[in-house]
Design a protein around this ligand. Structure first.
Ligand SMILES: Nc1nc2c(ncn2[C@@H]2O[C@H](COP(=O)(O)OP(=O)(O)O)[C@@H](O)[C@H]2O)c(=O)[nH]1
Ligand SMILES: [Mg+2]
Ligand SMILES: [Zn+2]
Length: 460
């Protein structure tokens, strides 16, 4: 089974295309240097245009996750917003679910002539009056997996969310198992900005729509989504898309970024982009995908990756250089700032990065990363009920020696409780992680055959 996903493919394809164009350029010239202007085929219009090798487009400013029960319309909503259906990988299509995180970017745009909700769209010309629209900002949508075994993937992705859209189908009872589970994950990771989309509205009667609405209001009461806007939509027909975009603009504001503070990128994917049989001189170094959380990263920067390479319980930080940066669906950029997903080409051995082996690492400037720790002290906040089990199962007290699964930013590790006192515990970790005081950690416990989210902790 291939582990490659939509976003891998995109990056891989881009890297290949770039490598191709660079190769062509260098062979057609006497100098070895690639021309800074290369012919690039733009996908959307299918015309060949002269473009700069580096993209001059706007980088995405925020990441918004889609969450909710399988089949409620998350991927269809991302398609309506961005024009790209994020489940294009054949394995995913076969299984009908998003196995790993996929993403797609879009510009939110407004019409200078229309007013109120009417002015919002993602189109270059206003769908209502055909006036040329203006770009508000670029947003990256991260599409969550819909299947219950993939909770750990969702928690990993949530580490890079600035906000989330909870998709709930109006033609089913609320809450469904993953509706509850995914919302609890937002609670555990601390995602505050939530928008609820009541989807498939065209399939129900008005009375059913009102009942579904009331069920949603009741369900989110007391959760992080209490009071969140609820937008009735038909994602498949793009109904109320303008209202959703307006709501996104109001609810998920671009966080204030400080480019002077230490640069940090969370690694959510890692891969090798070389085709089998590539000759050693043409091998590209390992690629890391994820999101910058603070500061900026530039091509040519010296970086450190922590915890780094693991051998048993030992880890060794990796020191390398940024060879290239691809920002989201924009393409190659010279520097990247927080927001959106990006991949970073390095000069490390691609064998080290292949098959997501560096997921959970943090990238930053040498010597500036949070410490690598073997045991973690947490202030505990347990939920009342276990998430993901259909019956209302109470969360029992923790016990010394118990095994837990912890999500620390994008890192996942098992660990044993070595000390427990009141609302504080120490967990001895199986895998070393980077963390610092105040980091929010999701806590899961094995119940009924798999790990279930039971609460969160704050690093002391
Ligand atoms: N009737 C109707 N079907 C929808 C709507 N949105 C999505 N669907 C369908 O619901 C199914 C699941 O959608 P998908 O986006 O894959 O759901 P996901 O599992 O949450 O990502 C697909 O067959 C979609 O075509 C909608 O607004 N109305
Ligand atoms: Mg999907
Ligand atoms: Zn208009």
């Amino acid at each position: 089974m291939s582990k490659e996903t939509t976003s891998d493919k995109k990056v891989t394809k881009k890297a290949d295309e770039k490598a191709d164009t660079v190769k062509k350029a260098s062979s057609s010239k006497t100098t070895k240097k690639a021309s800074s202007k290369t012919k690039t085929k733009t996908k959307k219009t299918d015309v060949v245009t002269e473009v700069d090798e580096y993209s001059t487009g706007n980088q995405a400013e925020v990441n918004i996750g889609t969450i909710g029960h399988v089949d409620h319309g998350k991927s269809t909503l991302v398609k309506a917003l961005t024009g790209t259906f994020p489940d294009t990988h054949s394995e995913e299509l076969k299984r009908g679910i998003t196995i790993r995180l996929g993403y797609a970017d879009t510009d939110t745009r407004y019409c200078p002539k229309c007013t109120g909700t009417d002015k919002w769209s993602t189109e270059a010309t206003c769908p209502k009056c055909k006036t040329k629209t203006k770009v508000s900002r670029r947003i990256s949508f991260v599409d969550a997996p819909g299947h219950e075994v993939l909770m750990a993937t969702l928690l990993t992705g949530a580490a890079i969310f600035d906000g989330a859209i909870l998709v709930i189908a109006a033609n089913e009872n609320c809450p469904q198992a993953q509706t509850r589970e995914h919302l609890a994950a937002m609670d555990a990771v601390g995602i505050q900005n939530i928008i609820i989309v009541q989807n498939k509205i065209e399939l129900v009667t008005e009375a059913q729509a009102i009942k579904s609405y009331n069920d949603i209001v009741k369900f989110v009461k007391g959760t992080v989504a209490e009071g969140a806007p609820i937008i009735p939509m038909s994602a498949i027909h793009g109904v109320n898309l303008d209202l959703l975009i307006e709501t996104i603009e109001n609810v998920v504001k671009t966080p204030k970024r400080n480019e002077k503070i230490d640069s940090r990128m969370f690694v959510a994917r890692s891969f090798e982009v070389n085709k089998p049989g590539t000759i050693p001189e043409e091998l590209l170094g390992g690629v890391l995908g994820g999101s910058i959380i603070s500061g900026i990263l530039k091509e040519g920067d010296d970086i450190e990756i922590r915890p780094g390479i693991r051998t048993g319980r030992k880890v060794e930080p990796i020191k390398t250089k940024i060879v290239s940066i691809h920002a989201g669906t924009l393409g190659k950029v010279k520097e990247a700032k927080p927001g959106g997903l990006m991949s970073i080409g390095t000069d490390i051995d691609p064998a080290i990065t292949k098959a997501d082996s560096l997921v959970g690492n943090i990238i930053g400037k040498p010597g500036k990363l949070p410490p690598v720790i073997e045991s973690i002290e947490l202030a505990i906040n347990l939920m009342d009920f276990v998430v993901g089990l259909d019956e209302k199962t109470k969360v029992k007290n923790l016990a010394v020696g118990e095994q837990l699964m912890l999500n620390v930013w994008t890192a996942i590790t098992l660990g044993q409780i070595s000390n427990l006192k009141g609302k504080k515990m120490t967990v001895k970790l199986d895998r070393l992680v980077c963390a610092e005081k105040g980091t929010r950690v999701a806590i899961s416990r094995r119940l009924a055959g798999r790990f279930r989210l039971i609460g969160f902790g704050i690093v002391q």
